[in-house]
Design a protein around this ligand. Sequence first.
Ligand SMILES: Nc1ncnc2c1ncn2[C@@H]1O[C@H](COP(=O)(O)OP(=O)(O)O)[C@@H](O)[C@H]1O
Ligand SMILES: [Mg+2]
Length: 205
Amino acid sequence: MDGRPPFVVLDGVDGCGKSTQAARLVEALRGRGLEVEHLREPGGTPEGEALRALILGRDSELSAGVEALLFCAARRQLLERRVAPALERGAAVVCERFHPSTFAYQAAAGGLPEGPLLDLLHTWAGSPAPDRVLLLELPVPEAAARRGAATDRIEDRGLEFQEAVRRGLERYAELAPELAQRVDAAGSEDEVAGRVWAAVEDLLG
Ligand SMILES: Nc1ncnc2c1ncn2[C@@H]1O[C@H](COP(=O)(O)OP(=O)(O)O)[C@@H](O)[C@H]1O
Ligand SMILES: [Mg+2]
């Protein structure tokens, strides 16, 4: 990480607490005097928000392959337009969702082959790379209970699909052990925030 503030990703199934914990982490980093760019995927740029509406809109009919390409395009736009400039000016970056979600939704749960999908993401949306990827782990029924009703085309797919996503995130952690860190997302917001902080503290020097 060569001394600059960290680029941290929070990923996990719908409702596991990514947005809650991203906000807590941003607050904690700002409390340390850092400027922090808080991003969510897909989106974060006008073009990325347009892709988000296309990908998640209930009127869209997209295969897993098209979804993967659109997510990859939205991610590259975010990396070029938001992440790289933030890191260059010395800001930390906290991003909700990243490669693990694409891997889990479009490969593990969506049927695309793992290796080519990871190659796609690393080749075309590989830089700047996160310093750490936290996978917030919560059983799917608990996450669904936290989340409430589905609000988009992908959330509509139900608990069995979410379970395949959860297994896909575990698989991602196995394939990227140098980057991914599993964090137990059960318990109170404060408890989880403590675990998230413990998982990134060493990046702050
Ligand atoms: N540790 C927690 N315990 C109970 N409820 C939580 C916890 N963390 C988040 N929530 C609630 O669960 C719901 C989903 O959390 P959210 O952060 O939006 O998840 P995600 O962004 O992963 O979908 C929200 O209503 C949030 O307030
Ligand atoms: Mg969220």
